[in-house]
Design a protein around this ligand. Structure first.
Ligand SMILES: N[C@@H](CCC(=O)N[C@@H](CS)C(=O)NCC(=O)O)C(=O)O
Length: 194
């Protein structure tokens, strides 16, 4: 939404606490985050939220211009949305840590390899700096993956490494990291020990 230059207010939901559960009960029929409230609309899914925001933006497209690129960007976003279960389980997003000595299992390495293939193909075709030249929904969908690759210090080929660095230095991402640094809550099950 920052890339779309749409103003919004944020509600912090402390997940896996009684307070968080009460908030989710009030805010989201699916009892999950993210959830977007826009007037009477309650939108409870990340990809649907991205599509809605992209629909709202007319002169500043959040999807690529060419139909074939839009199709590929949508396939990438959908693959992210429904896939990479092993990586998500083993490498929870954790903005506040750098984890030394993390060793991916075979299943996690297969997810990492697929993500690297997606990044390298898109960046070679577009020439960067974003997956489809300018910032699109695909970059938003992969921002948490870029964060995980950084947190768990996964070695990457050059284009993918540059892309992860670019994502982490993006101003909205920096805001996300600053907000995380200011939080005190810890989700114990997401604190991976190696
Ligand atoms: N399909 C949903 C998945 C959302 C989801 O699983 N959110 C997690 C955090 S990333 C959550 O809210 N977990 C809270 C819980 O399980 O109680 C989306 O992408 O929006």
């Amino acid at each position: 939404m920052q890339h779309a230059q749409l103003p919004f207010d944020e509600v912090n939901v402390p997940l896996f606490t009684p307070e968080g559960e009460a908030l989710l009960e009030k805010l989201c029929p699916a009892k999950r985050v993210p959830v977007l409230h826009d007037g009477p609309l309650v939108l409870w899914d990340s990809l649907a939220i991205c599509e809605y925001i992209a629909d709202k933006v007319t002169n500043h497209s959040l999807w690529p211009e060419r139909a074939v690129d839009r199709a590929r960007a949508r396939a990438m976003s959908a693959e992210m949305h429904s896939g990479f279960a092993a990586l998500r389980e083993a490498m929870p997003m954790n903005c506040r840590r750098q984890i030394e000595g993390f060793r991916p299992t075979l299943e996690v390495q297969i997810d990492i390899n697929r993500i690297v293939q997606l990044f390298e193909d898109a960046l070679q075709q577009s020439g960067g700096p974003w997956l489809f030249t300018h910032y699109t929904v695909a970059d938003a969908m992969f921002a948490p993956i870029a964060s995980r690759l950084n947190t768990y210090q996964i070695p990457l080929p050059n284009l993918s490494q540059q892309y992860v660095s670019r994502t982490l230095s993006d101003p909205p991402m920096q805001d996300w990291y600053a907000a995380a640094a200011a939080e005190k809550a810890v989700i114990e099950k997401s604190e991976i020990q190696v």
